[in-house]
Ligand binder design. Sequence first.
Ligand code: SAJ
Length: 419
Amino acid sequence: AEIAVIGLGYIGLPTAIMFANAGFKVTGYEIREEVVKKVNSGEAHIVEPEIDELLRKAVESGNLSATSNPDEITGKDVYIICVQTPLGEDKTPNLSYLESAVRTVARVMKKGSLIVIESTVPPLTTVKMAKLIEEITGFKAGEDFYMVHAPERVMPGRIFKELVYNSRIFGGITPQSAELAEKLYRSFVKGQIFRTNSTVSEVVKLMENTFRDVNIALANEFAYLAHQYGIDVFEAIELANTHPRVRIHVPGIGVGGHCLPKDPHLLIWPARDDFGLIRLAREINDGMPLLTKDLLFEALKAVNLPPEKAVVTVLGLAYKGDSDDTRNSPALEFIEAIGEDVGEVRTYDPFVGGTHGSVEDAVKGADAVVIATDHSEFKSLDWEKLGKLMRTRILVDGRHVVKEPPEGFIFKGIGRGEF
Ligand code: SAJ
């Protein structure tokens, strides 16, 4: 079978590589010309373990090529759509990338093609897209073409392992659609494969990330409570988690990334009624950068330093530890929230860059350091030494990176309550 992968991003490129290395002829379709050029020369445009060797292998074998010309994906047996489905300004899903990908496919597909949507989509979207294809082509869904929602579940940094070993859900618009997809993905998937209908699989994907988001919101609410009672929430969580059926998540400066801040909105968007818990969880998590700002300002107040005179160093820009990804990063939200109010904001991130090239440079002469990402590098910092470089010794930990408040510092942390 010949395969076209639409969208060569974080999911599309690794998926295209996997199929190519499993022996399929794969054409990656991507509108960004610079990505097409890079991929064709065997260079990855994203950072991910193993991607360089695997991509080179796929391109050198002649099984993988990329193009921005839709004519070159005419008449393929399989189309796999991996485009983003972001939220717009008003927090409603922007399905324009998906729709334009579906329209492209409808123009070039043939009778009998299988269309796979890997993108995370609001419930009922796959059925709607099948209707759109019927309208454009005159084909009948389930008879003249097959369609399935096959949500990805991989975690950045582990993509090539998880693509193989994670279990997968294939939601067909007809049972035969899901069977065809299962056969195809079996070429490299070693995890379990479950078949269902496309609306169930859409909901499953969104429930997974909503589960995480709501649980983190609960942990964040506990952290907020800990400040009211003067306790360390991390001690309390560790103790609560000794219960055999309790697993409280980790509170922090916020929830970022491409999925968790968005998927709960996608889940409830097409619904008739309002869903308070899911919405409130989003609000709690979105509020965490502001809680971190409050902690910083309390500390500045304690030393009588007017914020507009303060030099603040933010350690970490990525949305999570040891990643270079800044999409929806709470670190950036935090910087935006303090930007207008403080004298100077400096930044350092070992994977992303920043205004300064090292922790030492970034903290020299600073009044406050705020840890916004749990990068490994930040876990072993010598605060006694760094403190000597600072003008005022304030440390705010948004990620529970510093376990013991260092001596001589005014220390504040999310969930580290004090009387
Ligand atoms: N976070 C917390 N507390 C926690 C866990 C996470 O504050 O206890 C924060 C992180 O710091 C980060 C954000 O939440 O800012 C999201 O991190 P994450 O590691 O939970 O998730 P992602 O976005 O990197 O990947 C998730 C994964 N989904 C689940 O774990 C249910 C991944 O498997 C999905 O493939 C991915 O979303 C996706 O594409 O949907």
